[in-house]
Write a protein that binds this ligand. Structure first.
Ligand SMILES: Cc1ncc(COP(=O)(O)O)c(C=O)c1O
Length: 505
């Protein structure tokens, strides 16, 4: 059939779509990709954890906008040769920097299936949304929240914390805040967290229009737990000064050293003072799956909202952040925005209200729930909990190795899966900063740094389910070798620095 549109003939031709002309070819290509990525995970120990990016490789990613087609095999070759060898490295068991999950083959396959379905989880009546609702229900059960709680997948805990601040704001000021803005009443609202809390909470206060000064960062004890008496005193002081406290953010697993606030005390204080109780459980909240750690999270069941990442201790591939809110109606009151083009029906594709777009700022949403659903179903919470327990045991092993080694110094109590230490040296901050970069560049391990009381610490966060005793030993050996070299007290590293081979094709 030929239709003439603005003087150009419109032909009905399969070649005009983006589908392959030859499905067998793309199938073979796809199988190769799948085999390669499974090999990548299976043989990850043969690679350096991370390696510096040569200038000529970086330069390849400053190319012109491609205007003409290129064979997918060629594009894939660029991926294998220039992307894979220079990835973050968090699939590798030697990766201990920041707080990165390791991912799994199951999660990877689920991500491929999600892309195949290309589902949009903003709304409408389809089973992918039921999968997300299922994970919400499982998460609600995990934390002992009542029915009526609502939950939603988001990018990460930074976004989940921002959304929690917005729900708490709507709860404090009423729904009219959404039309009128925070106004004079909002200008006196104050929120509270500890000095050890993650920076994204101050950022959330900033983005929500309160300003980060409206967040009071309360003193912590020697274990980096919020000082509840100091918090109580600051709330009283603020009330006396005419401010309106509205929210407390407790931490489960502080980013520096893995401290867990006293959630029972915080929830009791919030109830007494009529404050919203939010928990930043970015990585620590899933500790609820570990029978050893769960008792330390007591009180989380009283939270008004919890932010967490399945992509950290849950090992789901990036990204899979999550927000759960005790009172689903308050959650919806914060984000639901009716629109004619989003009209709901009782049957047909526009049925199935309420839709996830009522629970956050996003309308278009990917199928993050699928890789989490696959992960929870395939491994079960007992196995995932055991992995979490094991990462903490490995942190304990690292702590013991540090305590037994006179050249090393432990800089903070090990409470969870994070170990902060340093090599003893005259100019310790400089030397330890260099050691961390040396270790990263060697490809042996990838710790990161933090600063505790002005002292630069080598920080090892053991999150990856693949990390084993040999990886802890390799980290210690590398730190000692580079430490000796950097402080002028020894030979250079005896470890061989290997470069990553390209993926087998
Ligand atoms: C305690 C804590 N809160 C919040 C965040 C931010 O989470 P995300 O990186 O998923 O946005 C992190 C990240 O490590 C964290 O450790």
């Amino acid at each position: 059939m030929t239709v003439v549109l603005r003087n150009e003939p419109l032909l009905s031709e399969a070649s005009e779509t983006l589908d392959p002309q030859n499905w067998d070819e793309i199938r073979a290509q796809g199988h190769r990709m799948l085999d390669d990525m499974l090999d990548y995970a299976a043989n990850i120990r043969e690679r350096p954890v991370w390696q510096p990016i040569p200038d000529q490789v970086r330069a390849r990613f400053h190319a012109e906008l491609p205007r003409t087609p290129c064979d997918v095999g060629e594009v894939y070759r660029e991926f294998t040769d220039f992307v894979v060898p220079y990835a973050t490295g968090n699939v590798h068991p030697g990766f201990m920097g920041w707080v990165h999950g390791g991912g799994t083959a199951v999660g990877m396959l689920a991500e491929m299936l999600a892309a195949g379905l290309n589902a949009n989880l903003g709304g409408r009546d389809h089973i992918p949304i039921e999968v997300e609702r299922q994970v919400v229900e499982w998460t609600r059960t995990m934390f002992g929240l009542p029915s009526g709680a609502s939950g939603i997948f988001v990018t990460g805990t930074s976004m989940a914390n921002l959304m929690a601040v917005l729900v708490a704001r709507t709860s404090a000021l009423g729904q009219s805040v959404r039309q009128r803005g925070v106004g004079d009443e909002g200008a006196v609202l104050t929120a509270y967290t500890s000095k050890a809390a993650h920076g994204c909470i101050a950022k959330a206060m900033d983005l929500a229009g309160f300003g980060s000064d409206a967040l009071r960062c309360i003193e912590v004890d020697g274990f980096h737990r919020i000082d509840v008496a100091a918090l109580r005193a600051r709330i009283a002081l603020d009330r006396d000064a005419g401010r309106k406290p509205f929210m407390v953010v407790g931490s489960v697993g502080t980013v520096d050293i893995g401290a867990i606030d006293d959630l029972v005390a915080l929830s009791a204080l919030c109830r007494e003072e009529g404050l919203w109780f939010h928990v930043d459980g970015a990585y620590g909240a899933l500790g609820i799956l570990s029978p050893t750690l769960a008792p330390r999270l007591a009180g989380i069941e009283n939270a008004d909202s919890i932010a967490l990442d399945f992509h950290k201790w849950g090992q789901v591939p990036y990204d899979a952040g999550f927000l759960i809110v005790r009172d689903g109606q308050q959650h919806r009151d914060t984000f639901a925005t009716p629109a004619a083009y989003l009209r709901r029906e009782t049957r047909g594709l526009a049925a199935g209200s309420s839709w996830p777009c009522e629970l956050g700022p996003d309308l278009s949403r990917g199928f993050r729930a699928l890789k989490t659903w696959f992960t929870l179903k395939t491994y079960g919470t007992e196995k995932l909990g055991a992995i979490i327990t094991r990462t903490c045991a490995l942190a304990g092993y690292l702590e013991a190795r540090i305590l037994a080694e006179p050249r090393l110094e432990l800089l903070a109590p090990v409470q969870l899966n994070i170990v902060c230490f340093r090599y003893r040296a005259a100019d310790a901050n400089k030397v330890n900063g260099d050691i961390v970069i040396d270790v990263q560049e060697s490809g042996i391990a990838a710790p990161s740094t933090t600063v505790l009381d002005g002292r630069l610490a080598i920080r090892a966060a053991i999150v990856n389910h693949r990390t084993d005793i040999c990886d802890i030993d390799a980290l210690i050996s590398a730190v000692l070798e580079f430490g000796a070299q950097r402080s002028g007290g020894g030979e250079g590293p005896v470890v061989e620095v290997e470069r990553s081979p390209p993926l087998a094709m």
